[in-house]
Write a protein that binds this ligand. Structure first.
Ligand SMILES: Nc1ncnc2c1ncn2[C@@H]1O[C@H](COP(=O)(O)OP(=O)(O)OP(=O)(O)O)[C@@H](O)[C@H]1O
Ligand SMILES: [Mg+2]
Length: 406
């Protein structure tokens, strides 16, 4: 094979399936455990910082569920910010219809829907049939959706012999209750699943999203605290990082050999975060391929790759921050615990020593609000804060160093 024909085996992107999926065995086993439940007491939340691998892991759980006899439905809720209760219900029914539309409806239901429908009633559990049942059921949206899901299970268990249905929703942090509009889609989904699970219907939620997701669910309904097993994805450990770097190269049969120094440098620079590994490796691979092609040529420097990563991954969010917010982020990055949790009090104290114009407590708490909205930090359930992007602290320090050197 010619060298130019060898495609780059690394895929930095949003939700792009990696050529080799490294690690995450513990997380997969945790999901297998949840699939063994006959009465659903725990649903799954996959959470973690940007680019840590939530979407690709959620995708990898689908075959595991199917192998265990579960049906899998769901979608990406990126556009969910404006969902009303009714539209969320339509979303769920449309997703469910993919696996139920060939199932037969009980006769009594066909007659019930048929009585109200002008068109010939279908005797299958199609989206239209579910929408009619939703429409005809009296009460609130919660009652209507429950009626549809209960019936869906009646049909599913007899015709398909399925063990249950997993409802998988990515980017679930986008769902929001809106009291000013009297719309509570988030509460609706929690109420409905809690209620049907109490009736022993094996419909399980698997939601993936940024770390704001779980606090948001608990804020909507306190019982959400007990309803979910929260799996927080961290960066990959050293062995898994090595696999993520080396296996894709092995699989493409490419004559590139990475030295131990290079592997160590990639692990260090990426911090084991999957998106960063993919990004850095793609650059290293391209540069190495050129070098082999030319017999000699440019040797890439990791510093240059990091600079490119800064532009691609961080610069967009950073550009939105004001000078004063950048000062505050600089103070946070100087805290020993900046990669873990920090409080407003710690930031106020550090700012006294660190900058000329220190921040007051009220100023910090107000700016924490705007930085959270900008997606740079987030507040966890215990009232502490963390950076919302992996290795943001290092990026901020790099910006400060760059400022000094020009
Ligand atoms: N376990 C893994 N092994 C190898 N590569 C991975 C792994 N997990 C994720 N990746 C890669 O990392 C990148 C980011 O993954 P993904 O889009 O799933 O992250 P995410 O957490 O869903 O990000 P976001 O917060 O933006 O939704 C992708 O290029 C993906 O191929
Ligand atoms: Mg994602």
């Amino acid at each position: 094979m010619s060298l130019t024909a060898i495609g780059n085996p690394f895929r930095p992107g949003a939700g792009h399936k990696p050529l080799y999926f490294a690690g995450r065995n513990w997380e997969k086993n945790e999901f297998r455990r949840l699939l063994q439940q006959t009465v659903i007491l725990e649903n799954l939340i996959l959470t973690g910082l940007r680019g840590v691998g939530k979407t690709v892991l959620l995708d990898a759980l689908k075959p595991i569920a199917m192998e265990a006899g579960w049906l899998w439905v769901g979608t990406d809720l990126t556009e969910a910010a404006s969902l009303s209760e009714r539209r969320l219900a339509i979303r769920l029914m449309a997703d469910l219809a993919v696996v139920t539309s060939s199932l037969e409806l009980p006769k009594v239901e066909v007659e019930r829907i048929g009585f109200h429908q002008s068109q010939t009633p279908s005797n299958r559990l199609t989206f239209e049939a579910m929408a009619s049942i939703y429409q005809e059921t009296p009460g609130l949206n919660t009652d209507k959706l429950k009626a549809v899901l209960e019936l869906a299970w009646e049909c599913t268990k007899t015709d398909n012999n399925a063990r249950g249905v997993v409802f998988a929703y990515d980017e679930a942090q986008n769902m929001s209750d809106k009291s000013d509009r009297d719309e509570f889609p988030l509460s609706l989904i929690l109420d409905v699943f809690q209620s049907i699970q109490k009736k022993n219907i094996p419909f399980m939620l698997a939601a993936a999203g940024l770390p704001t997701l779980f606090p948001k669910l608990v804020e909507a309904r306190t019982f959400a605290e007990r309803m979910f097993r929260v799996v927080f994805l961290e960066s990959l450990n050293e062995t898994d990082s090595r696999d993520a770097i080396l296996k894709p190269i092995e699989q493409t049969d490419c004559p590139i050999v990475l030295s131990d120094e290079w592997i160590a440098a990639i692990i260090e620079e990426s911090g084991g975060y999957p998106y960063f590994i993919q990004f850095i490796c793609r650059e290293v691979y391209d540069a190495a391929l050129q070098k082999i092609g030319a017999g000699h040529g440019p040797t890439v420097q990791i510093r240059n790759i990091t600079r490119k990563l800064d532009t691609d991954f961080f610069a967009g969010q950073w550009a939105k921050a004001t000078d004063r917010q950048r000062d505050l982020l600089g103070v946070i990055a100087a805290l020993d615990g900046c990669n873990g949790e920090f409080t407003a009090h710690e930031v106020v104290e550090k700012s006294k020593k660190f900058i000329e114009k220190p921040f007051t407590a009220s100023h910090v708490s107000q700016m924490f609000g705007s930085l959270s909205e900008a997606g740079l930090i987030y507040k966890n359930r215990h009232g502490k804060y963390s950076f919302a992007m992996p290795l943001l602290g290092r990026f901020i320090v790099r910006q400060a160093d760059f400022g000094k050197s020009v």
